[in-house]
Design a protein around this ligand. Sequence first.
Ligand SMILES: Nc1ncnc2c1ncn2[C@@H]1O[C@H](COP(=O)(O)OP(=O)(O)OP(=O)(O)O)[C@@H](O)[C@H]1O
Length: 207
Amino acid sequence: MYEPIIEVAGLAVDLGANPVLRDVRLTVSPGEIVAVVGPNGCGKSTLLRCLTGLQPATSGEIRMFGEPPADNARFWSRVALLGDEPAWYPGLTAREHLELMGAVHATPRMTVDAALDVFALTERADAVPLNLSTGQRQRLCLAATLLRPSTLLLLDEPERGLDAAFRSRLAGLLGDYAAGGGTVVMATHDEGLAAHARQVFPSGVTA
Ligand SMILES: Nc1ncnc2c1ncn2[C@@H]1O[C@H](COP(=O)(O)OP(=O)(O)OP(=O)(O)O)[C@@H](O)[C@H]1O
């Protein structure tokens, strides 16, 4: 049976007096990779926040896995979010941050050593995040997001700080995730990442 993971209809969001989103329509099926694209300020991050339930809609309907998004354990057991850079735990190394992620999830998608390898952090595993470069910190964020079990990735500008080679590698990693049955929705300015995805504008118009 056809069961979309995400259904958005008539979504409108006002932030203060600012009409940010109007009449957004979006349907996402399992295994899809969707890139939310468009210029700065067009509402990409706002749409992603609405999908998590962290941003209330002014009007319209959002269904995630068939029900309204809810900030609860059941929702977050299926959804892995990459948003802004997180607050880091003082004194914990890159490896220890990943070990924490592995420890709180019964079935991580990969081992810590594999995540360090995939995200090219093995040589810097014993550094604290604040002593990593911007791109290395972003790779650590991505490693933590991909290590935890999920069926839906919501990624806000996953390319932030990454060099061209790693952006290309990321496209492959997201393709592998989708090939394994996962679904990806990302806001991105990266044409390479978007080229591997179905592109939508926050206005709901398909590219
Ligand atoms: N708290 C707020 N009050 C009023 N307007 C806001 C608020 N937060 C964001 N906005 C505005 O909402 C609009 C959409 O912002 P959003 O971050 O969703 O855009 P975006 O498409 O993700 O942009 P970018 O490509 O720069 O990341 C912008 O015009 C922004 O200035």
